[in-house]
Design a protein around this ligand. Structure first.
Ligand code: FE2
Ligand code: FE2
Length: 483
């Protein structure tokens, strides 16, 4: 069967890449499949593998109607391989090969580079499922539980997407990498996941929402820049993944927004005017806004680290080779080769944070990070609208990019959220004002009681404005049959 927009469900692995006619890859994937299911059963959502979850499944890549909703037991989810349609005449749109036809096969000289990019992207997908695997037990509603599981199965599908590319285009070493993707474990001492933020814990639901807002958004930026790739199968894969990714960020943004709403309404009802009166606010069974700011500080700074060093020859090579572009590359008005261009990079110069012009080619990571920060800011402003509307005098804001960093220019400095460089002593004294303390974590944990009654929501989070798939407020999003 040729590549179509329709998805072939007759094979064990739903796909629109003509797997039936590609026995070599089909066999390889069928061999990989049991290991994947094994991974899902041991590292996927714990305690809910036999529950019926109202999930969307991709059944087409037509933007107008690509998904259908139904009750599915998660291990039966149809993890498929879906690529966005091929654009006839697509070209390499940047770098040294600009103007050449896009590659349908991996160019030998860029094989290692492409494999590396695919493996790193692929590694994040199962990692987040591992990080979130205990959250079902403390879900603040069936609606939220369903959203968690939706994100989880789709991250599983994203792993499939990368594994398909490895099997199809990278031969033996691709197969080995695909196996390794099932062997690493988030937070494991011996075999950790590849990137820092994906080895952190996601101990509570506020963390989950912050993670999907900030860290899935890094994922979006990476996918956006890989969607620009001259290697067409990677581009098409990432384009379809972005369709799903939008929901993950929706879950994060609205999750935090609803927590904020609940806090503000409770404060108003109790006549508490001071958002910094933490004890009084917490007694209402909601999360105080300063603690939400700390959580945002933590997740934002961990996510910034995912962009790598501000100035990077690797990033320059990726760009110059045409394998990884900039955010919305084709909409940028320049030569797309960056021969003489410069780009301002925030750096530490003589103990002070300054903007310094660097060759734009080596500042690719910085540019993507700037685009990311701008995208985050818009979401934070929408959170502030919720606070403002409730009449509470408080504003959330993103910390300075030098705050709490472990990679790049600022990894060796201590900076406040305002970007003030601090001594180690000052940092130690003040860091609990800016990052969640053990006591903050314990308090949030104390609110994490399951709320699984139809149409009910935990005290700390407001109901959503509308349900999933236009379902009403008391829809049974998950029929729990606990294993
Ligand atoms: Fe993903
Ligand atoms: Fe995601």
């Amino acid at each position: 069967m040729p590549e179509t927009t329709h998805v072939d469900y007759s094979t064990k692995i739903p796909n629109n890449v003509g797997l039936m006619d590609d026995q070599r890859v089909l066999k390889a994937l069928e061999q990989w499949h049991p290991g994947y299911i094994d991974w899902w059963m041991t590292m996927g959502p714990e305690g809910f593998q036999t529950s019926d979850v109202y999930l969307r499944t991709a059944v087409s890549i037509d933007p107008k109607g690509w998904a259908k909703f139904d009750y599915v037991k998660m291990p039966d989810y149809r993890w498929g391989i879906l690529l966005a349609p091929r654009h006839d005449g697509r070209q390499v749109n940047f770098g040294a090969h600009k103007g050449e036809p896009a590659w349908q096969e991996v160019p030998g000289e860029y094989r290692a580079m492409l494999r590396r990019l695919i493996v790193v992207q692929g590694d994040t997908e199962p990692a987040s499922v591992e990080q979130q695997r205990f959250l079902g037990k403390t879900a603040p509603s069936l609606y939220d539980m369903r959203n968690l599981f939706q994100v989880n199965v789709e991250e599983g599908r994203h792993l499939w997407a990368m594994v398909y590319l490895l099997h199809k285009y990278f031969g033996k070493d691709g197969r080995e990498e695909a196996d390794e993707l099932l062997n690493r474990r988030s937070g494991d001492d011996d075999k950790p996941r590849m990137l820092g933020a994906f080895n952190e814990e996601t101990p509570d639901w506020l963390s989950f929402f912050m993670f999907t807002f900030f860290t899935d958004r890094d994922g979006k930026m990476q996918l956006e820049s890989l969607a620009q790739s001259g290697f067409d199968p990677l581009s098409r894969t990432c384009r379809f993944m972005l369709t799903e990714e939008a929901h993950h960020m929706f879950v994060g943004e609205t999750g935090v927004g609803r927590a904020i709403e609940s806090t503000c309404l409770a404060m108003k009802a109790a006549g508490i005017e001071d958002p910094n009166d933490i004890e009084a606010v917490r007694r209402l069974g909601v999360i105080d806004l300063p603690t939400m700011q700390k959580k945002a500080n933590l997740h934002f700074s961990l996510s910034l680290d995912l962009f790598g060093s501000e100035v990077s020859t690797n990033a320059a090579n990726y760009y110059n080779s045409g394998v990884k572009g900039r955010f919305q590359e084709t909409r940028i008005d320049d030569d797309h080769q960056l021969t003489n261009a410069v780009y301002p990079v925030s750096k530490l110069v003589d103990g002070r944070i300054k903007m310094v012009d660097e060759p734009a080619l080596t500042a690719i990571n910085m540019r993507l990070r700037d685009d990311y920060v701008a995208d985050c800011s818009k979401g934070v402003e929408r959170w502030n609208k919720v606070i403002e509307k409730a009449g509470v005098n408080f504003r959330l804001k993103l910390p300075h990019v030098a705050f709490h960093r472990h990679i790049g220019e600022f990894q060796n400095v201590k900076a406040s959220p305002d970007g003030e460089v601090l001594s180690d002593g000052d940092w130690s004294k003040r860091k609990d004002q800016w990052l969640p303390s053990k006591a903050d974590g314990d308090f949030i944990q104390s609110l994490m009681a399951p709320c699984w009654e139809r149409g009910k929501f935990a005290s700390w989070i407001a109901p959503p404005k509308v349900g999933i798939d236009n379902k009403g407020g008391d829809f049974e999003y998950v029929k729990i049959h606990q294993a």
